[in-house]
Design a protein around this ligand. Structure first.
Ligand code: PLP
Length: 387
């Protein structure tokens, strides 16, 4: 079908909620996608941080195909070899102390369940989150999202959500009280323009949560699954070694097959009883095959080391480019800050057949490429940017 026909049908039949780029993507391989007109694009946006293993990674495709031929789905009311394997593999990568998993379908659902687990564990109701963080669009997650007009969109908000300032521990002390069940934090605030906090902030958060019996939740929907150069932000040097009580995942976890997860310490998981949590599709066989194969592909192809090489390459080569103020972020979660709004750069890159992302900071261009993006392609992007 011609692009204009596809565009016209989608624009007429879908609710008008997404601002789309004027291309229809039909096929992908590694860090590239091809449009319906046969044009090849370099994808530095990774389908919004989802396609960490690159597009249609052969190992993931074959695992999903094999599983689909064997059994597409059965619910959590039976045991499953592939679910057991995915859980074992995922938890083997998690920082010490995190040893239980609840599978669900998306990032917002993972965060809803994380907050519910925290309320059950503490018997308290309130949640502290941070200005600039994004946690999803269902009721509790959107109520924890103090960014733009999300809480307005999500009205009436779930009661008991209080905001603190990202990176400012004094504001956390002021926001939390004896009714605080959890502190939820997006450890690198991606949508806000790839904002970072110092490791000592995470250390202070951990100490405060321990003192007060508050559950610490890291929303690793974007930072998790190797994107920042280690399996998780939790427990890494960037976090000052801090391990939360719960970490949530989605996006990259299934290489494009929808899946989310809450990873929990056994201490916090202890209070969860039969029927407290649940979801029909969570832990489904296709998703579990995708999770196991995604983790294997990242490990076997050395993608986390490549993610760090991408960051170094961009930091080094953009340091002297006129109009660029700095590079933020870690690994393949990066923000390039310009001295003026970057909408034009985004458009120009697209016309050079390179897909990039924007953020809620108009001066920050966001890159969320596949972790396997070749360094040579990153250098080509730098040349386009410099020009
Ligand atoms: N948390 C973070 C940090 C995200 O970036 C997102 C989505 O962009 C979500 C949660 C929500 O995930 P989902 O869209 O899968 O519900």
């Amino acid at each position: 079908m011609e692009f204009v026909a596809t565009q016209s049908i989608e624009d007429h039949l879908q609710v008008d909620t997404y601002k789309k780029m004027p291309i229809a993507i039909e096929r992908g391989e590694g860090s590239f996608v091809w449009t319906s007109d046969g044009e090849k694009y370099l994808d530095l946006y990774g389908g919004h941080a989802v396609c960490a293993t690159g597009h249609s990674h052969p190992h993931v495709v074959s695992a999903v195909k094999d599983q689909a031929e064997k059994l597409m789905f059965y619910s959590n009311l039976v045991y499953s070899t592939i679910r057991a394997r995915a859980a074992e593999l995922l938890l083997s990568k998690a920082p010490a102390g995190i040893d239980r998993v609840f599978f669900c379908n998306s990032g917002t659902e993972a965060n809803e369940n994380a907050m519910r687990i925290a309320r059950m564990h503490t018997g308290r109701l309130n949640i502290v989150s941070f200005k600039g963080g994004f946690h999803g669009r269902t009721a509790d997650s959107i109520s924890a999202t103090f960014l733009g007009n999300y809480r307005q969109i999500g009205r009436p908000n779930v009661p008991g959500h209080i905001s603190a300032r990202f990176g400012d521990i004094e504001s956390v002390y002021a926001a939390a009280d004896e009714e605080t069940a959890a502190i939820i934090i997006e450890p690198i605030q991606s949508m806000a323009g790839v904002a970072e906090a110092e490791p000592r902030f995470f250390i202070a958060l951990r100490e405060f949560c321990d003192e007060r019996g508050i559950v610490l939740i890291f929303d690793e929907v974007q930072t998790g699954v190797g994107r920042t150069g280690s399996w998780f932000f939790s427990g890494s040097e960037n976090a000052g070694g801090v391990v939360p009580d719960i970490l949530t995942l989605a996006k990259s976890l299934g290489s494009g097959v929808p899946v989310g997860a809450c990873l929990v310490t056994s201490e916090v998981a202890k209070g969860i009883k039969v029927n407290d949590l649940g979801t029909t599709f969570g832990g489904g066989m296709i998703a579990m095959a995708a999770v196991a194969a995604t983790l294997e592909a990242i490990e076997n192809d050395g993608m986390m080391a490549n993610a760090l090489a991408v960051e170094s390459c961009l930091r080094r080569s953009l340091a002297s480019v006129k109009g660029i103020v700095g590079v933020r972020g870690k690994g393949c979660l990066l923000g390039i800050e310009f001295d003026r709004p970057c909408a034009e750069v985004h458009q120009r890159s697209l016309s050079e057949k390179i897909i990039t992302g924007t953020s809620s900071d108009p001066n920050v261009l966001r890159l969320l490429p596949p972790l396997c993006v070749p360094i040579g392609e990153v250098e080509r992007f730098v040349e386009v940017l410099s020009a």
